[in-house]
Design a protein around this ligand. Sequence first.
Ligand code: ZN
Length: 311
Amino acid sequence: MKEVGYFTHSDCMIHQMGYMHPESPMRLEAIDKELQSQGLILDLIQFESEPASLAQIKRAHSCEHVREIEQIGRNAVISGYSPIDKDTSMGPGSLRAALLAAGAGCLAVDHLIAGNIQRAFCATRPPGHHAEISLAMGFCLFNNVAVAALHAIEHHGLQRVAIVDFDVHNGNGTVDIFKNDERVMVCSSFQHPFYPNRHFDTLGDNLVLTPINAGSKGHAFRQKVERDFFSALDGFSPELLLISAGFDAHTEDPLGELNLIEDDYRWITSMINDIADRHSQSRIVSMLEGGYHLGALGRSVSAHIEMMLNG
Ligand SMILES: [Zn+2]
């Protein structure tokens, strides 16, 4: 069994974007409940996240963006909800949660590099992969996985980091941040055409973008991901693998229109395990992105973590 860290913080629950918003604190409760009932929580080494520093976040974002989010977050403490776009807003607890979500990945990287754990899952929110260099959107304020990748490179001196994003939505923010950065390979599968409709055809030797038709099932998903991702990752030989782990391509998810099931998440996790075993001393940091059907989210995260432990 691998040593897997579980990074979370109770203050990630205080970020709220309004009544009935699908990106709700109940998502973390659903994950926790399923890990408890499966007994998996006992196999994980638990860590409390720490807030990212502004310097860590500025590796991925412009100073203006960080200043703006800080300002909106501070205003929300006084005035209640502050909208950013039609799906995204900040409430009184949002800035703290966003710093903890970005900090979880950095802390997980620190523990991995120190050899305390081999793999990590960050159960944090808000998610991050839609946040571009200077733009918060799609429930995302800071790009957590990008901040973690740049922490591994610029603080720990790694030279090649890969990000695998299997959320139903394209990781446009991650592509935006790394589109001219050969140190990071970004592999993103996504329903297309679909939200966010940004950076789905951006070109670069380090970008592997895999559109998937609405209505596709696991078989088509596996075929395309296997064709596109794994030889590219083998060629790149990452020293660390990061995952933008969104579970909204699940067939029960109310936002996505792909038809994956828990077994598909087991499959992709085991494929990523193999790449990590070959190139990165098994090191994987997986960070929660989407997933909005509470039951399916709990079961899918559970399947993903079970494979990280045992694969
Ligand atoms: Zn998503």
